[in-house]
Design a protein around this ligand. Structure first.
Ligand code: ADP
Length: 148
């Protein structure tokens, strides 16, 4: 089973989308293995987005992420990194398909509600950054009804 890091950004929290987003991942058949509501500071946000530090939108992105609490989560399941990105939709909400989270709930690229790791390697790094104690270890009794 693969794990990914998902973060509901401050706009998603402020707009009351936390339950809706969690529900989409739950109903798909993925397992919530870590979750916290947290305000991150500038240094932490800069570390999370270090790969984008040369981008013109970097400062605005960091301001956005530190503007309010975020919900940080670990989700687990088969191909959860790639499938999670599909559930989230394209980075720019004007290109995200209806039915995706960004396609349904966002308009601007700089207010796109949610983050999801873009590879297994970034998921590993992001989970280590946000959850230094690792994931919660539990198993669902319904797993055989979702996984062969
Ligand atoms: P994703 O979040 O889909 O993995 P990126 O890693 O490319 O996308 O960018 C990280 C975040 O930076 C995006 O989710 C978005 O909030 C913001 N961002 C990306 N491109 C732009 C842009 N051109 N202008 C403003 N913000 C942007």
């Amino acid at each position: 089973m693969e794990q990914t890091f998902i973060m509901i950004k401050p706009d998603g929290v402020q707009r009351g989308l936390v339950g809706e987003i969690i529900s989409r991942f739950e109903k798909k058949g993925f397992y919530l293995k870590g979750m916290k509501l947290v305000n991150v500071d500038r240094t932490f946000a800069e570390r999370h987005y270090a790969d984008l530090s040369a981008k013109s939108f970097f400062d605005g992105l960091v301001e956005y992420i530190i503007s309010g609490p975020v919900v940080a989560m670990i989700w687990e399941g088969k191909n959860v990194v790639l499938t999670g990105r599909k559930i989230i939709g394209a980075t720019n909400p004007s290109e995200s398909a209806p039915g995706t989270i960004r396609g349904d709930f966002a308009v601007e690229i700089g207010r796109n509600v949610i983050h999801g790791s873009d590879s297994v390697e970034s998921a590993r790094k992001e989970i280590a950054l946000w959850f230094p104690d690792g994931a919660e270890n539990w198993g669902s009794s319904l797993q055989p009804w979702i996984y062969e």
